[in-house]
Write a protein that binds this ligand. Structure first.
Ligand code: CAA
Length: 284
C-alpha cells in the first residue's frame, strides 16, 4: 500500500515528532489538535527541532524547508482525515477519548485508510472494540524524541488484519525505524519493561538508597543506557508515567508496577518533569 497522505491527531511532543518523520520521507501531513494555537505550537516545535538539526549539521536548510512545507496545522479533525492513507492518533492516554476519536475517524477517513494509535499502554483491542474499522486499527508506538529514537513498536490487536500489520511494518521501515511486532498485552514490550525500571528507581529515591543523579548514573555507566530512568521519567512526563504505571498495576496485578507515593505526590504538586521545569531534576 502506498502511503502518501497522513493525518496526525494530537500536536504534543509525540504527535509533532511523528508528523516530522512522516514529512521527512515525503508524505503530506496534516497535524491536528483541538485548537489552532495547539496545532501551531506543534508545528513550531518541529521548526525548532529541525533548526537544531541544521545547527548540528544533521539536516540541511533545504530538507528543513521541504519538511515544513509538507506539514499543515489544523483544528478541524474531520477535514484532517479526509483523503488520507494513514491516521496516527497521538492524543492523551484516555481509553474513552481514544475510542471516541477512532469512532469519528472511522466515519470520516477513506475506507482504505489505516488507523493507528500511538498509545504506550492502552489495549488496541479495547480502542477498536465495536469499531467497524477494527481490522484497520493497529498500534504504532513511537519513542521520544521521535526523530532520533530508532524503535517503532507495532502492536497487533485481536481484530487487526494481517494486511494492516504488513502495511504499517513497511511504512515503519520507510521511516527508517527498527520495527518490532508485539501482541496486545498490557504495556506491550517497551512500556512494561521501562515502567518497571522507573517505578523501582523512584522507590529507591524514596528509600534514600542514592540520589537521583547516582541512580541514573548506575544505569548509564553500569548498563549502558543512554539516559537514566529518573531523567527519562522527567523527559516523558511524571504524569504520563504515573498513568501508565496505574494502568499496568491494574491489568497485570503485579506489585512492582504500583506507583510509589513520591511519584503521586510530585504529580499532585505539578512537578511533572521537563515540561513543568521541575521533576527529579530542575529543568529551569
Ligand atoms: N536533529 C537531528 N539530529 C539530532 C538532533 C536534531 N534536532 N538533536 C540531536 N541529534 C543527533 C545528534 O547530532 C547526535 O547524533 P550522532 O550520534 O550522530 O552524533 C544524536 O542525535 C544524539 O544527540 P546528542 O549527542 O545531543 O544527545 P544524546 O547523545 O544525549 O542523545 C537522546 C539524546 C537520543 C535523547 C538520548 O539521550 C536517549 O536515547 N535518551 C533516551 C530516550 C528514551 O529512552 N526515549 C524513550 C522514552 S519512552 C517513550 O517515548 C515511550 C512512551 O510511550 C512515553
Amino acid at each position: 500500500m502506498d502511503i502518501s497522505k497522513v493525518a496526525v491527531l494530537g500536536a504534543g511532543t509525540m504527535g509533532a515528532g511523528i508528523a516530522q518523520v512522516c514529512a521527512q520521507v515525503g508524505c503530506s501531513v496534516t497535524l491536528f489538535d483541538i485548537d489552532d494555537a495547539s496545532a501551531e505550537r506543534g508545528l513550531a516545535g518541529i521548526d525548532r527541532f529541525l533548526a537544531k538539526g541544521v545547527a548540528r549539521g544533521k539536516v540541511t536548510e533545504e530538507v528543513k524547508a521541504e519538511t515544513l512545507a509538507r506539514i499543515a496545522a489544523s483544528s478541524d479533525q474531520d477535514a484532517a482525515v479526509t483523503g488520507v492513507d494513514l491516521v496516527i492518533e497521538a492524543a492523551p492516554e484516555s481509553l474513552k477519548l481514544k475510542r471516541e476519536i477512532f469512532t469519528r475517524v472511522a466515519a470520516k477517513a477513506p475506507a482504505h485508510a489505516i488507523l493507528a494509535t500511538n498509545t504506550s499502554s492502552l489495549p488496541i483491542s479495547q480502542i477498536a472494540e465495536g469499531n467497524d474499522a477494527a481490522g484497520r486499527i493497529v498500534g504504532m508506538h513511537f519513542f521520544n524524541p521521535v526523530p532520533l529514537m530508532k524503535l517503532l513498536e507495532l502492536v497487533v490487536g485481536n481484530e487487526t488484519a494481517p494486511a494492516t500489520t504488513d502495511a504499517v511494518r513497511a511504512f515503519g521501515m520507510r521511516l527508517g525505524k527498527e520495527v518490532i511486532t508485539v501482541r496486545d498485552a498490557p504495556g506491550f514490550a517497551s512500556s512494561r519493561l521501562g515502567i518497571c525500571i522507573a517505578m523501582e528507581a523512584i522507590r529507591m529515591v524514596e528509600e534514600g538508597v542514592a540520589s537521583p543523579e547516582d541512580i541514573d548514573r548506575a544505569m548509564i555507566f553500569g548498563y549502558g543506557h543512554p539516559m537514566g530512568p529518573l531523567k527519562l521519567t522527567d523527559l516523558v512526563g511524571c504524569d504520563v508515567r504515573l498513568a501508565i504505571a496505574d494502568h499496568l498495576a491494574d491489568s497485570l496485578d503485579a506489585p512492582h508496577f504500583t506507583p510509589p507515593a513520591l511519584l503521586r505526590q510530585m504529580v499532585a504538586d505539578g512537578r511533572l518533569g521537563k515540561k513543568s521545569g521541575q521533576g527529579f531534576y530542575s529543568w529551569e
